[in-house]
Each structure stands twice: as structure tokens, then as C-alpha cells.
Design a binder for this molecule. Structure first.
Ligand code: HEC
Length: 93
């Protein structure tokens, strides 16, 4: 599991947290990340550009739901890292 997601997302994306309650996305574990939201997956292995995770991190869905919610956007180098990881197949490493 990518440490940057643990650091920036888990506070809200675990049971009891606002992000989890709203979307069903539990970011404590790799399995939670791959399970995605109650509306569908957030990671499409091999397709970073179309993965909701990246769409939201880049604020492409709507600036209002850019993640971290109402927080400081992730630095570009982390987003690049996440894009690369997804495009390489999003393995559990
Ligand atoms: C301060 C709390 C908070 C943090 C930190 C946070 N989220 Fe969220 N997240 C939310 C809330 C609240 C929603 C529901 C937003 C909505 O739909 O209006 C949400 C929704 C989402 C969704 C579903 C979006 C949708 O279409 O409804 C994803 C995916 C997501 N967050 C990913 C992340 C990631 C990745 C991070 C870390 C970079 C992160 N979140 C950090 C609170 C948070």
C-alpha cells in the first residue's frame, strides 16, 4: 500500500471517517483500495488516466471533490508515482 495514501487519506477513509461513510472507500489496506467505492472501482490496473483515484487527485472530476477533501492537493511527484504504479498493473507491493 502506498505510504502517501496512508498518510493523506486514511484519517477519513476508514470506518467512522467522513470519506468512508460517504463513498464506502476504505484506504487502510490494498484490498480496500482495490475494492473501491460503493459506486465502483477507483483503480483500473494499467489505466491510470481513467482511474477515479487519479481523476480525483488531479481535481478533474470537480474541484469540490478533489482529494484530500478540502486539504492540500498531493504533490505532483506523488501523483506521478501513483500514475506509474497503476500503469504498471497496480500490484500489491
Ligand atoms: C478530510 C477528509 C478526507 C480526506 C483526508 C480524504 N477524503 Fe476522500 N472523501 C471524503 C469525503 C467527505 C468524500 C465524499 C465527497 C462527496 O462525494 O461529496 C470523499 C470521497 C472520496 C472518493 C469518492 C469520490 C466520489 O465520487 O464520491 C474517493 C475515490 C476518495 N475520496 C479518495 C481519497 C483519497 C485518494 C484521499 C487521499 C489523497 C482522500 N480521499 C482523502 C473525505 C476525505
Amino acid at each position: 500500500m502506498l505510504p502517501v495514501l496512508k498518510r493523506s487519506c486514511v484519517a477519513c477513509h476508514q470506518p467512522g471517517g467522513g470519506g468512508y461513510e460517504a463513498s464506502g472507500l476504505d484506504l487502510r489496506t490494498y484490498d480496500g483500495l482495490m475494492k473501491g467505492m460503493k459506486f465502483g472501482p477507483v483503480v483500473i490496473p494499467g489505466k491510470a488516466h481513467f482511474s477515479n483515484l487519479v481523476v480525483l487527485l488531479e481535481g478533474r472530476a470537480s474541484p469540490k471533490i478533489r482529494m484530500p477533501y478540502h486539504g492540500t492537493p498531493l504533490r505532483k511527484c506523488y501523483i506521478r508515482l501513483i500514475r506509474h504504479w497503476i500503469n504498471e498493473g497496480a500490484a500489491n507491493n
